[in-house]
Design a protein. Structure first.
Ligand code: UN1
Length: 512
């Protein structure tokens, strides 16, 4: 049975109150041209001033000046600033999490969870600030030493998407700050308010830290596409980390390559799960439900393709359909709601188009219809869609950023892995199995070709400790944990001669 919430209450007045508590003056929220909205009701929440490309360029120049000062501050001391940022986030987790709910439409636990990811990466970066190690390498020459050192890189540009409006900045920024870099952030036009709140919290932390944190260390640029371009084109930005569509990455990647800047690209995902004959179906059901319907299908790690072994298909599908029918869709602030709104009408229309294409390709659809339209006509709530497909048609191979799960049958494990790897994207993947050989094969070099390959958990909800990112059309970038920090620094190889002779490498003789 379709359950839904009653009329959503105003989101605008609560937004203003939260921003005030997060340290954002009311004057910021009016008089501009960028209209901020809450997807919960569709109502306008602010009109923000946008920077011009010339102002963006000047701000990037200033960020470069900030970098020149910041790189001189010892790394563990830089870590102290990030520790203070983490403290601000802890102290304001409830308000910021709620603002994420209001602006991005995430249910309460996911809004709070996003802020928790920010806190976690701050903790991680604080530890890292004392572990920016290089290697000492055996040299072929006597009385020599060879080593590598890691140095601050410069201004790091961050372009983020609406679906993780604040966490993505923090995965980049917390690392960049401890690495000795300054950060310039262009958030999604769909979620500027959460970015403004985070910048206010950063400024509080920087004020506590003191004058060693230069002005311009963290800069927020509110604006549209041309502001992103200003970041991508500026010669003083050696690294841009961009999260968004593959189409966006195709524009950004070549421009950065043209000027030999680094790119961390976090683009589309078309994540799959394989349900094998030995899978624990209770656990699998929970894993699939969260990964496919959570965040209203708007994570880049959302589960979009499900391959079910023919021997368990008939046992599993009715249970999955029941979960799709009973999940509560509605106001994400309400207790018990698991699926909030789509971000906007564009997302809704893209979902409907994909469902038409899926039907044309022979898909049998359960759900997918709009709900609560009469309660808030500017808001777009949908029942998540389950689409049984006979084959992996074109529509299945493209990423539609909405809660659509395509379900297909398979016969052999090899076939399932091949189907999973057949998508142009390569972000996240999982297998549900209790067969050790299948599990190991899936995560082996011959298994999943994705940046994330999981066993007995869904593809979404990654922890910050691992490197986050994917292959192929996902862009190849890695953020957050493991050794991702190395992208935010430059490496120098140093050879030191402590002897009185000058032996040349490779046995070369050059005696003058
Ligand atoms: C994204 O959707 O842009 O793995 C990132 C996850 C999150 C990150 C998603 N930690 O679902």
């Amino acid at each position: 049975m379709t359950q839904q919430n009653s009329v959503p209450a105003s989101a605008a007045s609560e937004t203003a109150g939260l921003l005030a508590r997060l340290g954002v003056p009311a004057s910021v929220l009016t008089g501009g041209s960028l209209v901020a909205r809450s997807p919960i009701t569709g109502e306008e929440t602010a009109r923000l001033k946008e920077v011009s490309p010339a102002e963006a360029k000047a701000a990037i120049d200033k960020a470069h000046e900030a970098f020149l000062a910041w790189r001189k501050v010892p790394a563990p001391r830089r870590g102290e600033l990030v520790r203070l940022l983490g403290e601000e986030l802890r102290a304001h987790k409830a308000e910021l999490g709620r603002l994420v709910t209001l602006e991005a439409g995430k249910v309460t636990s996911e809004g709070l969870g996003e802020v928790q990811e920010m806190i976690d990466i701050c903790d991680y970066a604080v530890g890292l600030s004392r572990q920016l190690f290089g290697l000492t390498i055996a040299t072929e020459r006597s009385e020599h030493r060879m080593m590598e050192t890691w140095h601050p890189l410069g201004v790091v540009g961050v372009i983020s998407a609406f679906n993780f409006p604040v966490a993505v900045w923090s995965w980049n920024a917390a690392l960049a700050f401890v690495c000795g870099d300054s950060v310039v952030w262009k958030p999604s036009e769909k979620t500027p308010l959460t970015a403004i709140a985070v910048q206010a919290l950063f400024e509080k932390a920087a004020a506590k830290f003191g004058p060693e944190a230069p002005a311009g260390l963290s800069t927020l640029l509110i604006g549209g596409r041309e502001i992103g371009e200003a970041l991508v084109d500026h010669p003083k930005v050696p690294l841009v980390s961009a999260t968004g569509s593959t189409a966006m990455g195709r524009q950004v990647g070549p421009k950065l390559a043209q000027r030999f800047a680094r790119a961390v690209l976090e683009l589309g995902g078309n994540n799959a799960a394989i349900i094998t004959p030995s899978a624990d179906l209770d656990l699998t059901l929970r894993g699939v439900a969260f990964a496919a319907m959570g965040t209203a299908g708007q994570r880049c790690t959302t589960l979009r393709r499900l391959f079910v072994h023919e021997s368990v298909y008939d046992a599993f599908l009715p249970r999955l359909k029941a979960a799709y029918g009973s999940v509560t869709v509605g106001d994400p602030r309400a207790e018990g709601v698991l699926v909030g709104p789509l971000i906007d009408q564009g997302a809704y229309l893209a979902m409907q188009k994909a469902l038409v294409d899926a039907r044309d390709a022979g898909g049998v659809i359960t759900g997918g219809e709009r709900v609560s339209a009469d309660a808030a006509d500017g808001a777009f709530y949908v029942r998540p869609a389950l689409v049984e497909m006979g084959r992996q048609a074109d529509v299945v191979l493209r990423e539609t950023f909405a809660p659509i799960l395509y379900v297909m049958k398979y016969s052999t494990f090899e076939e399932a892995v091949a189907l999973q790897n057949d998508a142009p994207q390569g972000l996240s993947s999982s297998v549900f199995t209790n067969d050790m050989r299948e599990a190991e094969r899936f995560i082996s070099g011959e298994g999943s070709d994705c940046g994330i390959a999981n066993v007995n958990i869904g593809p979404s909800g990654a922890e910050i400790g691992g490197a986050f990112g994917g292959e192929k059309e996902t862009g190849g970038g890695r953020e957050a944990g493991s050794d991702s920090w190395k992208a935010y620094m430059r490496r120098a190889t140093n050879t030191l001669n402590y002897g009185k002779t000058l032996p040349l490498a490779q046995g070369v003789k050059f005696d003058v």
